[in-house]
Ligand binder design. Structure first.
Ligand code: FAD
Length: 303
């Protein structure tokens, strides 16, 4: 299993394949997990999800951004989507990867870009989540977040349970809106738990901590029914109000379960990636769950 995961993570980091896929449109089953390639098709996907009783968070796909011109282009794309969403009145928030808007080019430049995004979002109090990438990005991302939190209340981030210091981070951001995840990147044993049961245990710990210790809204982002049902039991015994948290799942995954949670009265938010730069995202989903390969097989056999 670990080998398959490593192969797909390796593929996700291949720049040549990334570049080639941009010319292709959504292929190999990616259309099942990516909301669209442009503004209009994505908006229609987002509003469909709203009509099913769920909110959405949208992610302008794009990785390996290493020049200022490209970073500015991505920043403008994000602002364009935010404005379109504000105009359409869609129930949505933005998920932004700081590496896409210059984190690894120049932190000050990235900071100016995210501020511009936040200023546009703020006009309708639209929330902006800073997605968390690998460990190299974590320190600089949190530096930027800390500066932003002095000025904005429509920004938050992600805490990854696989890091040994996840609980410390959760306590630091207990009064902020935070998304909690297991963690998607390959990190060394010096920094992060490696086996599933340790990660799951850490994940449940940080969920409980964020739910009870502070005032921040908790987004529990997982497809893991064991964790979700355990969390629901915890929430019920603690009498935690349903408006203090939401579940989040990726677009195209466990749709029946998403609907089931909505029917049970829980807030559900669907994470919708969009854009032409879908390849690395799709490979990471295959790395997490090789069963997702059935999306590829189905798309190849039906074309
Ligand atoms: P897993 O540990 O993958 O699965 C646990 C169990 O759940 C499986 O054994 C299986 O029984 C069941 N299961 C899982 N998926 C399915 C399925 N599709 N169908 C049926 N059963 C299934 N990671 C980051 O590092 N940074 C981020 O910013 C980030 N943002 C995210 C946002 C969202 C909305 C989500 C959902 C995930 C995000 N992730 C992020 C990814 C996350 O860290 C995990 O890598 C990813 O969610 C896989 O772990 P899991 O918790 O879903 O469950």
């Amino acid at each position: 299993m670990g080998v398959v995961r490593d192969i797909f993570i390796g593929l996700s980091e291949n720049k040549i394949l990334n570049d080639a896929s941009k010319q292709m449109g959504l292929r190999f089953g990616a259309q099942k997990v990516v909301g669209g390639t442009g503004v209009n098709d994505t908006l229609s996907c987002l509003s469909d999800i709203n009509n099913q009783g769920m909110s959405v968070t949208f992610d302008n796909l794009g990785e390996f951004i290493s020049d200022r011109g490209e970073a500015l282009k991505e920043k403008n794309n994000i602002i364009k989507m935010i404005k379109a969403i504000q105009k359409e009145g869609i129930d949505a928030h933005a998920s932004v990867k700081l590496s896409q808007i210059g984190l690894h080019i120049d932190e000050a430049f990235c900071y100016e870009n995210i501020k511009e995004i936040l200023n546009t979002a703020k006009e309708t109090n639209l929330f902006v989540n800073l997605d968390m990438e690998n460990y190299v990005s974590k320190g600089p991302s949190l530096n930027i977040l800390d500066k932003l939190l002095k000025e904005y209340d429509n920004v938050g981030t992600v805490i990854q349970a696989y890091f040994y210091d996840a609980k410390k981070d959760v306590r630091k951001y207990k009064d902020n809106r935070i998304r909690l995840v297991k963690g998607a990147y390959k990190e060394p044993a010096t920094l992060a738990y490696q086996n599933k049961s340790d990660i799951d245990q850490s994940y449940f710990e940080i969920i409980k901590t964020h739910l009870v210790e502070g005032s921040g809204f908790t987004s529990i982002a997982t497809h893991d029914h064991n964790i979700i049902e355990k969390t629901i039991r915890f929430i019920e015994t603690q009498g935690i109000s349903k408006d203090k948290f939401e579940f989040q799942m990726l677009y195209g995954f466990r749709k029946d379960y998403q609907q089931d949670l909505v029917a049970r009265g829980y807030n559900m938010c669907v994470y919708v990636p969009y854009g032409t730069d879908w390849y690395a995202y799709f490979m990471r989903r295959l790395a997490e769950r090789p069963q997702n390969l059935n999306l590829v097989v189905k798309s190849l056999t039906s074309s």
